[in-house]
Design a protein around this ligand. Structure first.
Ligand code: 13P
Ligand code: ZN
Length: 307
């Protein structure tokens, strides 16, 4: 059981899936009105949030976002310009780890327990904007009214989102968006023991249609089943992104992808999910799909992947 300290009153907020100690410190004069206006006036941020809302709708329509499934984060820092906020007005949440490269950066982050179908309609009530502190070991929620914070926290997968952003920022990557979702056919494939290695899964996914190989030439990185919301799954996930993959598959759970925008990250998962769907359709017809052979893959490589 964790405690939430709110304006010196202790309020019980129950347990959080990411096991993080939640501590809120604030004063009573939260300046949310000015902040809300700032986000509405900043066209780049407004566009990004609209794009996230659109994506949330696709995820729901695809059947990949049952209940609160999935979460999204976007690094907004470059869009914030020279904006300065009086952070002492915004509650601060301590993190269990430090993310040095994220010091003072801003992120749009979906909320834990929030439905993608609700996010699609009302993004700012189902997600928030956080600013990391100068040590990178705590964050302020700067987009929400104080009273709404009683039932709002960022996603339980925040350890993975922050670890991935930390890696991307450290590497000077152009990728600002991180998307986690539960694509049915891809998850189903990870229930089949022979597809629990990246080598076998990639070979099969690449073989189902040419786009899979052309757009995801590095293939997926596989993370064996690990408790969701944990630092352990975050650590395992960043190994994949460190090695140049753009999609990491969590066995029996879902996919994590990165991209310059949320649409780019979604495309990666969507292409692979199409492959998985074709594989199942062929299998359901009673036939093991043939797949593209090595020669055909090589031909695609020569035609589309030569620099
Ligand atoms: P959140 O609601 O905490 O974002 O969790 C959804 C999910 O998919 C966990 O892996
Ligand atoms: Zn999940």
């Amino acid at each position: 059981m964790y405690s939430l300290y709110f304006c010196k009153n202790i309020v019980n907020v129950g347990e959080f899936a990411n096991n993080s100690q939640i501590k809120i410190i604030c004063d009573t004069s939260v300046k949310t009105k000015e902040m809300k206006e700032f986000f509405q006036e900043n066209k780049k941020i407004a566009k990004t949030i609209t794009e996230v809302a659109g994506l949330a709708n696709y995820l729901w329509q695809k059947g990949w976002a049952e209940r609160n499934a999935g979460n999204i984060s976007v690094n907004l820092s470059e869009m914030m310009g020279d904006s300065e906020f009086e952070l002492e007005h915004y509650p601060m949440f301590q993190l269990e780890r430090s993310y040095d490269a994220l010091a003072n950066l801003y992120f749009f982050v979906t909320g834990t327990g929030k439905r993608m179908r609700d996010l699609a309609i009302s993004p700012m009530n189902n997600a928030c904007i956080i600013k990391m502190n100068k040590k990178g070991n705590a964050y302020h929620i700067i987009s929400m009214k104080k009273r709404n914070l009683y039932n709002f926290r960022p996603t339980s997968e925040l350890p993975t989102h922050l670890a991935v952003h930390n890696l991307l920022v450290s590497a000077g990557s152009k990728n600002k968006a991180v998307v986690h979702t539960h694509p049915n056919e891809l998850v189903a494939m990870t229930q089949i023991p022979r597809f629990q290695t990246a080598e076998m899964l990639n070979k099969t996914l690449w073989g189902m249609h040419p786009e899979a190989f052309v757009f995801v030439p590095r293939g997926v990185f596989m993370v064996p089943y690990i408790l969701p919301g944990s630092h352990k799954i975050a650590d395992a996930t960043i190994e994949g992104f460190k090695n140049g993959h753009e999609v990491v598959i969590w066995e029996k759970h879902g996919a994590f992808a990165i991209g310059e925008t949320v649409s780019d990250a979604f495309d990666m998962i969507d292409i692979l999910a199409k492959s998985a769907q074709i594989w199942f359709m062929a299998m359901q017809s009673g036939n093991e799909p043939e797949g593209l052979n090595d020669e055909q893959l090589l031909e695609l490589k020569e035609a589309f992947l030569k620099k």
